[in-house]
Design a protein around this ligand. Structure first.
Ligand code: PGA
Length: 251
């Protein structure tokens, strides 16, 4: 049985006071008996706030991005060591907004994943096709390319904790969710691919989250699919109430 993991990607939202409010409300509202692992990914500027407020909480936190070098002349970048010093356990890597707006390549994403693993951060590795790619019928090819390139040169033991997030680009922030069948089909494809690339045991244990307009209304249906092990939530994680409902749906 894989444990469900529900992660909130705050994106570029919430200053310090907004972050204090949201984390405080989440802590207050979280059912202590929840079965899911809950992660919040605030912007870099609020990670210290998360560290302070989540010290005694079961809620974990992580960053939305990082650079792969550990230090040096990389103006504006944040290193894995810096994230570790803020107590982060997780880091989102390869989000479609990073790929499209900031031109991140599979090769760069691969370097970031390797660096995160080396520094004991658990990568939440995002993949997914665009609408055009889906309409052309090449969803599986795109996902396979992203998985193979992103994990290039990474051994099975190094992948012990890595999380994959399947996020169809056309469903992110658009209100259009993949149907549970559309999502399940790709999740199964990814799991089979991991089996081909590594082993059955890794394929059986690897967590594959779904992301793209997950909300309280569709969370239960998505999360009840056999190969959907959690959610990476954007818009609906910015309100404690809706994020808590999604966590509840994972139970
Ligand atoms: P969304 O974002 O839930 O707002 O669609 C998901 C994501 O980008 O991770």
């Amino acid at each position: 049985m894989r444990k469900k993991i529900i992660a909130g990607n705050w994106k570029m939202n919430n200053d310090i006071s907004g972050s204090i409010n949201l984390i405080t409300e989440l802590k207050k509202g979280l059912n202590e008996k929840t079965n899911a692992t809950v992660i919040v990914c605030p912007p870099f500027t609020s990670l210290e706030t998360a560290q302070t407020l989540l010290k005694d909480s079961t809620i974990k936190y992580g960053a939305q991005n990082m650079y792969y070098e550990e230090s040096g002349a990389f103006t504006g970048e944040i290193s894995p060591l810096m994230l570790k010093s803020l107590g982060c356990d997780y880091v989102i890597i390869g989000h479609s907004e990073r790929r499209t707006i900031f031109n991140e390549s599979d090769e760069l994403i691969n370097k970031k994943i390797k660096s995160a693993i080396k520094n004991n951060l658990i990568p939440i590795f995002c993949i997914g096709e665009t609408l055009e790619e889906r309409e052309k019928g090449i969803t599986f090819d795109i996902c396979e390319r992203q998985v193979r390139n992103g994990l290039e040169g990474i051994s099975e033991t190094e992948l012990d904790n890595l999380i994959i997030a399947y996020e169809p680009v056309w469903a992110i922030g658009t209100g259009k969710t993949a149907t549970s069948q559309q999502a399940e089909e790709v999740h199964l494809f990814i799991r089979n691919l991991i089996e081909k690339m590594y082993s059955k045991s890794l394929a059986e244990k690897i967590i594959i989250q779904y992301g793209g307009s997950v909300k309280p209304e569709n969370a239960k249906e998505l999360l009840s699919q056999p190969n959907i092990d959690g959610a990476l939530v954007g818009g609906a994680c910015l309100k404690a109430d809706s994020f808590l409902k999604i966590i509840e749906a994972a139970n």
